[in-house]
Ligand binder design. Sequence first.
Ligand SMILES: C[S@@+](CC[C@H](N)C(=O)[O-])C[C@H]1O[C@@H](n2cnc3c(N)ncnc32)[C@H](O)[C@@H]1O
Length: 290
Amino acid sequence: MPNAQAGDLALLYGPDGKRFLIRLQPGEVLHTHRGMIPHDALIGTPLGRTVYTHLDMPFLALEPSLHDLLLKLRRASQIMYPKDIGYVLLKLNISSGKRVIEAGSGSGAMTIALANAIRPHGCVVSYEVRPDMLSLARKNVDSLGLLPYVDFKLRDIAAGFDETDVDACFLDLREPWEYLEQVRQAVKPGGFFGALVPTANQVIDTLTGLQRLGFGAIEVEELLLRPYKPVPGRLRPVDRIVAHTGYLIFARTPTLGEATLPAEGAPLANAVTIPDEPLQPESESDPPGT
Ligand SMILES: C[S@@+](CC[C@H](N)C(=O)[O-])C[C@H]1O[C@@H](n2cnc3c(N)ncnc32)[C@H](O)[C@@H]1O
């Protein structure tokens, strides 16, 4: 592990699990509830070791993960939670070299994860209608060195996207169903669409819009994350959890010109047939030893 340098980010993990994210600066001091740690005690030494406050309390000095950084992001909007972000990256098939558009930038949490995933050869174009939000998202993205991979555009996406044939589009804004035609124009046929909305009403409106425009492979999902107290002697879930972040909607884009308009009242093209019997988890139905 190379030595930590001035300007690097470090995560200090306290004995009670409290975390402090700092950017190392010569002469600076971190003040914690368990005492002080001078940044100079970390600069020029490798992370991944225990350092002690002036009260002799141990802190683990660590290189922060992207997960740590997202949770500590300066925010002025609701941000996407890491549990949702990780899954969305897989569902939208985001990887190095991909061209992705998103709206709105918000505080830039999703932008950061997208930029980190598509670098060094891909690009993210992030649309935001509010100048103050765009400025914060840009600052947050820049603070992690990811600005070269992101093109921010101050625009209401009602006016459309500049890009065409992109691999994927993700919408995290109030009325995604209003912009599905714009998405269809920008994403390549068979490309990936995703959206996050907090309420079921918004899911219904988005589904209706997706069906109307002929999007395929439509899915609605919700992820629940239940953290546990990591205590071997009395392992149990934590007392309070974030019970709801948002519903995730995914779909694949139709070929332009092939949009279908089902007649009013017609069954939805992508409706799921509910089996008579509840499905068994694969592991239970598989014969032993398979
Ligand atoms: C919930 S925030 C996005 C949070 C962001 N995904 C994150 O992880 O930090 C929604 C953002 O969408 C922006 N927005 C809403 N409608 C928009 C539109 N029509 N065009 C562009 N941006 C829009 C809002 O200004 C707001 O900043």
